[in-house]
Design a protein around this ligand. Structure first.
Ligand code: ATP
Ligand code: MG
Length: 233
């Protein structure tokens, strides 16, 4: 059997000075599976994604991403795993404002030789692949050479998605990336995101308040159902 995209065991997490926020005994996302994670505002969805991405070290328990342990004691190792294996679309996109959209999309290749070599192995040129992703996500040539701050919020979301997908990461995690899109644009964005993940064999963990999107994923989970600390807040 292939290695799961995410494996969590006995995770406990509290922000400093706050009560337990997350207590997850067991959680798995299979390789190439797409999962919709719902939960009320403040229930800890973004916190959980930050732990999975290795941005926040876990207090106790174990988190593995594609078989690699996100060791709380090894920040540089977590950064390297994130750069190589994860595509992250944050709630606030985190585009580098003074770089153009194209430069933002190409950025992960600077931090991860693995991403660059996966593209090479697939016979893809980074620039062409960046243009293809921006194109399928509905951003044509216009404005791609301006500062990213000159884009609308919806356009910034699509640049963030193209950046996450470039270099075929094994896992894409997305934090409410459709909240600023209108209904039709949101539907198109979601189709493209799931299609691109399927095509490259990436697992997808997608967080949103909007439960009407759940049917588009292999599986959906309520955070409160897997989070034993949920009732204590
Ligand atoms: N960096 C931080 N430092 C301290 N507390 C934090 C931090 N980030 C989040 N929290 C707290 O953790 C709790 C969960 O926040 P989180 O952002 O994970 O929720 P969420 O489910 O993503 O909410 P939303 O749906 O509004 O995005 C909140 O009480 C929040 O105040
Ligand atoms: Mg959040």
């Amino acid at each position: 059997m292939s290695v799961p995209a995410i494996a969590i065991t006995n995770l406990r997490f509290a922000w400093p000075g706050s009560p337990d926020l997350l207590a997850i005994d067991e959680f798995k996302l299979a390789a190439a599976e797409s999962l919709f994670l719902a939960g009320a505002s403040g229930s800890g969805k973004s916190t959980l994604l930050g732990l999975i991405a290795g941005i926040t070290p876990a207090n106790t328990g174990e988190i593995s991403v594609l078989g690699e342990h996100m060791d709380p004691a090894r920040a540089a190792r977590r950064d390297a795993i994130r750069a190589s294996q994860l595509g992250v679309i944050f709630q606030l996109f985190n585009l580098v404002p003074y770089l153009t959209p194209l430069e933002n999309v190409l950025l992960p290749l600077r931090f991860s030789p693995e991403r660059a070599s996966r593209l090479r192995d697939a016979g893809l040129c980074p620039h062409q692949e960046a243009h293809r992703l921006l194109d399928v996500l509905g951003l044509d040539g216009d404005g791609l050479d301006r500062a990213s701050t000159a884009l609308s919020v919806g356009q910034q979301q699509r640049v963030a998605a193209a950046r996450a997908l470039l270099g075929r990461p094994g896992l894409v995690i997305a934090d409410e990336p459709t909240s600023a899109l209108d209904h039709d644009t949101r539907d198109a964005f979601l189709s493209l995101l799931t299609t691109e993940c399927q095509a490259s064999g990436a697992a997808l963990l997608f967080v949103s308040h909007d439960r009407s999107l759940a049917a588009r994923f292999d599986r959906s989970v309520e955070l409160d159902v897997i989070n034993k600390a949920g009732g204590s807040r």
